[in-house]
Design a protein around this ligand. Sequence first.
Ligand code: PRP
Length: 178
Amino acid sequence: MNNDILKVCFSENDILEITKRLGKEISKDYEGKTPMLICLLKGAVPFMSDLCKQITIPMTQEFLKVSSYHGGTASSGIVNVRGDIPEVKGKDVILVEDILDTGRTLALVKKLFLDKGAKSIKICVFLDKPEGRVNDMRADYIGAICPNEFVVGYGLDYNELYRNLPYVGVLKEEVYSK
Ligand code: PRP
């Protein structure tokens, strides 16, 4: 699996530093509140897990299954929400995402929870890829800017593989151009 990676962009140590910083920022900004962190499945699972460990105030966890990519390296443009939708009425919600790319997923999910009566909604992403954006979606907490390349690992997949890499790396072109 490591042989399919061209270069490492964010090492395990980088990831630890990033989640520590974001956890500290969130803990400070939400002092006296109990935010609800909603993890967008599946990609954000490792980030959610690491981030929550760095948050020092009371908080709750929810999960929502959303998907937009259907094979290959490009977004299909169609975003699907599946399964139970967390009850967010009156809650201070933080959406937790692995990557903000076109912005379609977060635009849809943010609207969904605003319509369902969330008191506030902020967005926390591990990676921001501004070159991919098709709308004006912006994150409130950003772990790092993603290089404009196809990255996998730490939850990010190619055809459902590589999510278990403990780092983020660029996938060799020969892997996805086969
Ligand atoms: C990917 C990624 C983000 C979303 C970002 O998820 O994990 O959730 O796409 O893309 P966007 O900004 O262009 O909408 P995917 O739909 O592949 O599902 P997954 O999390 O299960 O991998």
